[in-house]
Design a protein around this ligand. Structure first.
Ligand code: TTP
Ligand code: MG
Length: 329
């Protein structure tokens, strides 16, 4: 479909808008806005921002489009760090980043039993990642969410975090709520044996321990795998997310006219989330065979490997595709 569109009359516009969306935080809408302003490349956006900032410092004319209007603060960071953020992160560096975060957590908490686990493509075993997705949870059975804010302050003081794209709020007093941070980091040169590294995108999320398995499953992905698993859950009358697995009844309701979609799935929760203490338990609760992180992909070569394992288990008979698992419906 993409190839067809690229070859069509709007192919050039599509190519330009795809390039503009490579800037962190720029989606379809903003790319269209930039395109409508006559900007045809990331370089054009840079020049316009530069021009706008020199115009606004030379004149007091409030009509001048200033850089704040053209891009949000986060998008400006994305533009400034664009070249670095396009670079893939090797596994070794993901591990360095994880250990820097773990050290800061242990130091701030004054103990070393807080769970710090990097998920995303790293946990799926990819050779390199687009960003680093760190999950944190305090396993002590108080039900509270470990507060990220002091850890983030420490990482800023250490010049590890270079830019903030979002700030976590305070964890709720009663617990149960997650905290989420998005930013940019850089491994200090001395920690990398004198070698310069790139700026890297980092997400850090803190979850109450009751949601740990759901958080691990969600942030390990892949996004396509998650979508398939959520659809499977939906067909069985459940809703699956990083917040749990709960039974729901869905009522299709007409939306009000202000939204793009005509219908919305209105979920009515008919019970509490299942308590699952491991990812395996979540798979089994849905009647699915446990799938290890490297297999959680839509990559055909991995699917081929799944098939080979099944054939092996079936004694090479090339069986029907192993739909076993406990509690299947
Ligand atoms: P990402 O970091 O965007 O994806 P990734 O780690 O799989 O790949 P990359 O190397 O490019 O960083 O998101 C982390 C996980 O969060 C992803 O694997 C699954 C989940 N997720 C979704 O389920 N849906 C989404 O739309 C996104 C963005 C993420
Ligand atoms: Mg990732």
């Amino acid at each position: 479909r993409k190839e067809q569109l690229m070859a069509g009359p709007n192919g050039e516009q599509l190519r330009i808008m795809t390039e503009l969306q490579e800037i962190w935080g720029v989606g379809k809408k903003k790319a269209q806005k930039l395109y409508n302003l006559g900007l045809r490349s990331i370089e054009d956006v840079r020049k316009r921002i530069h021009l706008d900032s020199s115009n606004s410092s030379n004149s007091s004319n409030s009509e001048t489009t200033n850089q704040k209007c053209l891009l949000t603060t986060g998008q400006l960071i994305g533009l400034n760090r664009h070249e670095d953020l396009q670079e893939r992160i090797p596994r070794k560096e993901v591990e360095m980043i994880t250990s820097i975060v773990r050290d800061a957590v242990n130091k701030v908490a004054g103990r070393n039993n807080i769970l710090v686990e990097t998920c995303g493509s790293y946990r799926r075993g990819n050779k390199s990642s687009g960003d680093v997705d760190v999950l944190i949870s305090d396993p002590t059975p108080s039900g509270t969410t470990f507060d990220l804010r002091n850890v983030l302050n420490k990482l800023r003081e250490d010049d590890f975090l270079t830019d903030d794209l979002s700030h976590p709020g305070a964890p709720s007093v009663e617990g149960g709520k997650r905290q989420s941070y998005m930013g940019v980091c850089k491994v200090p040169i001395e920690k990398n044996h004198g070698n310069e590294t790139f700026h890297r995108r980092i997400d850090v999320k803190s979850f109450p321990h009751t949601l740990w398995s759901y958080a691990l499953l969600y942030f390990t992905g892949s996004d396509h795998f998650n979508r398939s698993m959520r659809l499977w859950a939906k067909k069985l009358g459940w809703t699956l997310s990083d917040k749990g697995l709960s039974p729901v009844i869905r009522q299709r309701q007409k939306r009000d006219s202000s939204t793009t979609y005509q219908y919305q799935d209105d979920k009515v929760w008919t019970g509490d989330s299942l308590e699952c203490n491991s990812e395996e338990e979540i798979f089994h609760a849905l009647g699915l065979v446990y799938v290890t992180p490297p297999m959680r992909t839509s990559d055909p070569s991995a699917m081929k490997m799944v098939k080979l394992v099944q054939e092996d288990e079936d004694g090479g008979s090339g069986g029907s595709g192993g739909s076993g698992g406990s509690g299947g419906s």
